[in-house]
Design a protein around this ligand. Structure first.
Ligand code: EPU
Length: 337
């Protein structure tokens, strides 16, 4: 196992906000047998660091980024089941799956981060979430000191949520492998408005066309570096909360969820509060997608954090809606740790 330690390990290249922060030790297991010892020593478990805001120098970290590999579990005429190591890059895996003729996840093209983190966060984009493709996950339970298989039914998947976010599991259970069930037939999902607006119907039966289309929609909107994607979640409102909001914002779009709640776009609330492009030192509300906060190159952790608090308080004051961070905020290590 690689261990970078002894004082100060720079984390600028280990997380996508690219802030100048350090840790006392970074554990990088390359195989499952190295996980228990590394997990014991690490305070935080991370993947590629694409959904993190470190507020300063951090306690020891374990990153799964070197846990690599995948295997075919079973297949029939319609489906294939594969097991993918948590440290595989998500987008590279999507491309590999497409190259094998395995479909379903192409709308999740170009989402930064690792396969393990994709499950923890239940990544979703352009009308598709990872949850329905997950059969289960395998990993090490640090407190119980055993390996466990957690079937998808126990993962409590919801919008940008899984059980692995809960305090009893976060930094306690390290996913090392994810079992996915993909389709061998291609069924394009094109109901998302951006996809419908940009697609050429002539090509929608070509999975690589959909992959490239999603990739280009994303890259037109999202910064290439210096962010953690959407900083906040889209709020889920009850019907009465939506009615209250509509008194102030009659034109806000809202999408009903199967649970009878209404998802409203946080980007709209931030945009219509006049915050698009708003800057605090090196931190900015990204002009092309205001749900994203970006380090323009010189931001400190405090700049990003204060900007997030500002966005939250302006939106709350103007619209009466509390935006919850989607990004994981890591507190600095206590001095001397
Ligand atoms: N909008 C504005 N102004 C803007 C941009 C957007 O008002 O400048 C409004 C529009 O009404 C637009 C709506 O916001 O229709 C939604 O915008 P968009 O399609 O960009 O999606 P989003 O809801 O802001 C979510 C995910 C993204 C994902 C996209 C596409 C969350 C927290 N974010 O963003 O995920 O790529 O949908 O499906 O659910 C991420 O999690 O890091 C991420 C980028």
């Amino acid at each position: 196992m690689s261990v970078s330690s002894f004082g100060s390990v720079p984390l600028q290249k280990i997380h996508s906000f690219a802030l100048s922060v350090f840790t006392t030790a970074l554990y990088l297991p390359k195989q499952e047998s190295e996980v228990p010892e590394a997990a014991e020593k690490a305070t935080y478990f991370i993947g590629e660091g694409s959904n993190l805001l470190p507020l300063g120098d951090l306690s020891p970290l374990l990153s799964t980024r070197y846990l690599k590999g995948y295997s075919l579990i079973r297949e029939d005429a319609e489906y294939v089941e594969t097991e993918v190591a948590a440290g595989e890059n998500w987008d590279a895996w999507v491309r590999y799956a497409l190259s094998q003729g395995w479909y379903g996840i192409e709308n999740l093209a170009a989402i930064p981060g690792s396969v393990g983190a994709a499950v923890v966060q239940n990544i979703g984009a352009y009308g598709v979430e990872i949850a329905p493709f997950v059969v289960g996950v395998y990993g090490w339970h640090k407190s119980l000191k055993n390996w466990q298989w957690i079937p998808a039914e126990h993962c409590q998947f919801a919008y940008r949520h899984s059980i692995f976010h809960e305090p009893a599991w976060r930094d306690r259970f390290l996913i090392t492998r994810v079992r996915l069930r993909l389709r061998k037939y291609f069924a394009p999902v094109t109901d998302y408005s951006d996809v419908r607006a940009k697609m050429n119907p002539k090509f929608i039966h070509d999975p690589w066309y959909i992959y490239q289309l999603i990739r280009s929609i994303r890259t037109n909107k999202l910064p290439i570096r210096g962010s953690a994607g959407s900083f906040f979640k889209n709020p889920l409102l009850t019907p009465s909360q939506l009615n209250q909001l509509r008194e102030k914002a009659p034109n806000i779009p809202a999408y009903e969820t199967p649970e009878g709640l209404y998802k409203v776009p946080a980007a709209w609330l931030i945009d219509q509060a006049g915050l698009k492009g708003y800057k605090r030192n090196g931190a900015q509300v990204y002009p092309r997608q205001p749900l994203v906060l970006v380090n323009t190159g010189t931001a400190t952790p405090e700049d990003i954090y204060q900007l997030a608090l500002h966005v939250q308080s302006v939106v709350r004051e103007k619209w009466g809606v509390l935006l919850e961070p989607e990004v994981r905020i890591l507190p600095p290590a206590a001095t001397g740790e």
